[in-house]
Design a protein around this ligand. Sequence first.
Ligand code: BTN
Length: 246
Amino acid sequence: MIIGSKLLFFKDLPSTNSLAASMIKVDVVSEGTVIYTNFQSAGRGQGGNKWESEENKNLLISVVLFPEMIIPADQFLISMAVSLGICDFLERYTSAISIKWPNDIYVKNDKIAGILIENSIMGDLIEHTIAGIGININQTNYSGDSPNPVSLANLTGKRYDLDNCLSQLTSDLDKRYKFLISGDFDLIRLDYISRLYRYKQWSKFRDLKGLFTGRILNVSDTGRLVVGREDGIINEYSFKEIDFIL
Ligand code: BTN
């Protein structure tokens, strides 16, 4: 086992990703180390957003990786493998799980988990990756800005043991990471595409030019979203260049 080989628990923290980054600077951190907490006072999300989570209710973790088999141009593979590991974990308890590109995890039309991957790149090497993961498990009320949060408890009416969830999640992430180690990149890409939210479904999007109807055709090797429009034009988008209209 790589992911979960070492677990470091902190009762509360500003952010597990920020702690992981400072630990890597001053210490030797072994690959697969998981830092986790019950509360973050400054949890960080994609695009500078906050990640809010009630104390003792959810999974808040960061995984430290040294993915030397992946060149920086292929770094989106790490997001793909992490997204799939989270889907595998959630599949133990619920269904209708999809990945809203680039890396939100949805159940039907609601967001159950978010991922913040922070890569440190030096030349043609990924020096390290910090994969931050927040999964809503037992929280049932939300006061933050997210428009459509949902948790396992909301979906099933049950409560879950967080330690048990953590060990299942790390094992599911570990299995997917091992596909990257063995170079099975195409399998990860294919599984990721097959799990995409609204894949090949005509739906509404917004880009810089405005609202349009389109459908997701693919995700490029560099992680860009390939969307075909009704008029036959195909465009590729980076993160923040396209919004899904929910
Ligand atoms: C997003 O959907 O915007 C990404 C959210 C990522 C949140 C997790 S919680 C654990 C880790 N530490 C952080 O500060 N953020 C990530």
